[in-house]
Design a protein around this ligand. Structure first.
Ligand SMILES: *Cc1c(COP(=O)(O)O)cnc(C)c1O
Length: 388
């Protein structure tokens, strides 16, 4: 009975669920039980609010981009400034939330997977502050490409384990982390980085990232006295976007728009399939294997997508669009030049689509663009790309 109920909790239409071996399912059931126990607990939430305020620096501003709005000549553009969080992106919201849960569950050891290293750095940061042992699994190939992020994690006291099995990429790191969890679940907590994976992860990550739209909704009502006409966010696994959408999903007048790289168009071209223990839209090749994706923004390079986005797409509640690398690079530079804000390449996807949409809208309409992170990490890469 209990497990059937939890199964249903983990579904978004036909998507989501938990497709894992029985020993891992037991761990997921326990995690689910603990998450639902603490998520509305007043003491838990007081502690969470404390760290989000004192450590992450929330709330983050909702900045009116006056010059950009003028130049584009349509809707008023507001930027939700997740780039101003400690560590420079939204990922820390989720890392702090999950680590507080891990503490409540008595875990002494945190493990995580990371692709480009950004989630590994957020996790290592939170572990340093909460004095937790931290082990980060990373594809061997990725440890070479992202040597500086490996060093960051080590500086923060984490152990980075290169995974050379398989292709030595993110998927293989996820498998290793799951093996570790099954062996060590009694003292270990797996801190997952995006709104993906078996239930309860997508629901839990959404819960901790919903602070983004909780704040932006209050902020836009204060500034404009009404809800926005649209919210735009980039989509990798989907955590910043689901957090930015959450408090508008039941407001049919607010358009929800997710932006993907045109070389990883999971939502625009994916088909229903099971990947990493859950059902979602997946990009498959002719052999029916997850397609190799590529993005200039490492954080968007993932062949699957959170189950709730899959459902929002199929049900028509949210729209998903693609943007080219050229448009991203242009948006990256334009936001820097006009507003003095260098965005992460991931976030520049959302800015690039706002640039297309805003001029088609009236001047009294409002768009919120979620600026998921800052671009310091990308400056050297953009420098190399622009030199060519
Ligand atoms: C990791 C990352 C993303 C993509 O992850 P989501 O889970 O889709 O949000 C987007 N922007 C930045 C700055 C990131 O670090």
């Amino acid at each position: 009975m209990m497990s059937q109920q939890m199964q249903q909790q983990g579904y978004f239409g036909e998507f989501g669920g938990s497709f894992v071996p029985p020993e891992l399912q037991e761990v997921m059931n326990y995690l689910s039980e603990q998450f639902y126990k603490f998520k509305d607990d007043p003491e838990f939430n007081e502690e969470l609010r404390y760290y989000l305020r004192e450590y992450v620096g929330r709330e983050s501003p909702l900045t009116y981009a006056e010059r950009l709005s003028d130049i584009w000549g349509g809707a008023k553009i507001y930027l939700k400034r997740e780039d101003l969080n400690h560590t420079g992106a939204h990922k820390i919201n989720n890392a702090i939330g999950q680590i507080l849960l891990a503490k409540r569950m008595g875990a002494k050891r945190i493990i995580a997977e990371t692709g480009a290293g950004q989630h590994g750095v957020a996790t290592a940061t939170a572990c340093a502050m909460f004095d937790m042992e931290c082990v980060i699994y990373m594809g061997a190939e990725d440890t070479r490409r992202q040597a500086l992020n490996v060093f960051r994690m080590e500086l923060l006291g984490a152990t980075v384990v290169p995974v050379s099995k398989g292709q030595g990429r993110l998927k293989d790191a996820v498998d290793e982390a799951l093996n570790d969890l099954v062996k060590n679940y009694q003292n270990t907590f797996y801190l997952l980085g995006s709104a993906v994976g078996p239930h309860p992860f997508p629901t839990m990550v959404k819960h901790f990232q919903s602070i983004i739209s909780d704040e932006s909704r209050r902020q836009i009502l204060e500034k404009e006295g009404r809800l926005p006409d649209g919210v735009i966010a980039c989509v990798g696994g989907g955590s910043n976007a689901i957090g930015a959408f959450a408090h508008y999903i039941d407001e049919p007048t607010v358009r929800l728009i997710g932006v993907e790289p045109d070389q990883a168009p999971t939502l625009t071209q994916g088909v229903p399939s099971v990947i990493h223990g859950f059902k979602c839209l997946v990009l498959l090749d002719e052999q029916g294997e997850p397609r190799k994706t590529y993005s200039i923004a490492a954080g968007l390079d993932y062949p699957g997508i959170g189950p709730e986005h899959s459902h929002l797409k199929v049900s028509g509640r949210a729209e998903y669009v693609t943007i080219t690398n050229e448009e991203v690079l242009e948006a990256f530079q334009e936001l820097s030049r006009t507003e003095g804000i260098i965005p992460a390449l991931e976030s520049a996807h959302a800015v690039a689509y706002a640039k297309k949409l805003a001029p088609t809208m009236r001047k009294d309409q409002i768009l919120i663009v979620n600026l998921s992170g800052r671009g310091d990490k990308d400056v050297e890469q953009v420098f190399q790309m622009l030199k060519k």
